[in-house]
Design a protein around this ligand. Structure first.
Ligand SMILES: [Zn+2]
Length: 203
């Protein structure tokens, strides 16, 4: 393909960097289990709270491993949160917030993408955290779409259980079937690509 002169690209800085939308931002925090996603989310929330911003936190109702009332990292840091069944419920509650944070976002249906874009279009920051891959190493739910529309992606790694390498996969060690099986270290171990492939070749 012939590349034409760059003068043919006409982008107005005034429009592209309008201060009116400078605060609108979709951030995605993703990675495997035990990679510190919720801890990172809580750290970002704390930063906004320190800046005197109003933060409202949401999470899907199905995730009640530790608490109904808060999002909780594996290190037991916590922030207050609403549990909702459907992404549309977030639209009823976000208006009084400057920043909307959503944990375990991979469990919501695909309408979560429109909900995040709608909130950002109101000039608010949206921070979502979730598993990018399911236990089979497949993109999880709407995470690919969320990562596509994101302004910023923070991709975290865990430590491989077998070789201490960089872990990208949440390998299920229980016999449970189905994509959504809630659990902790009793059911999942973080693995690097090599160890994950080795484990699955033995199944
Ligand atoms: Zn490994």
């Amino acid at each position: 393909m012939k590349i034409t002169h760059k003068q043919s690209v006409n982008i107005s800085n005034r429009i592209a960097f309008s201060p009116r939308v400078s605060n609108a931002k979709i951030q995605v925090v993703c990675g495997p289990m035990f990679s510190g996603k919720t801890k990172t989310l809580i750290g970002l929330i704390s930063g906004h709270l320190n800046d005197k911003k109003k933060v409202v936190v949401f999470k899907p109702k199905l995730d009640d491993r530790y608490s109904e009332e808060s999002i909780v990292s594996h290190d037991k840091d916590a922030a207050q949160a609403y549990s909702v069944n459907r992404p549309a419920e977030i639209l009823d509650l976000f208006h009084r917030a400057d920043v909307v944070a959503i944990d375990e976002v991979q469990f919501f249906d695909e309408s979560i993408v429109d909900v995040c874009e709608t909130i950002a279009s109101f000039g608010k920051t949206v921070i979502v955290a979730g598993l990018d891959l399911d236990y089979m190493g497949r993109p999880f739910g709407s995470m690919p779409q969320l990562m596509s529309v994101a302004d910023e992606i923070i991709k975290l790694n865990s430590v491989c259980t077998f070789c201490s390498g960089r872990a990208r996969f949440s390998h299920r060690i229980s016999k449970d079937q189905g994509v959504v099986v809630l659990g902790e270290k009793d059911k999942y171990v973080p693995l690097c690509r090599s160890c994950y492939n080795e484990m699955n070749s033995k199944l």
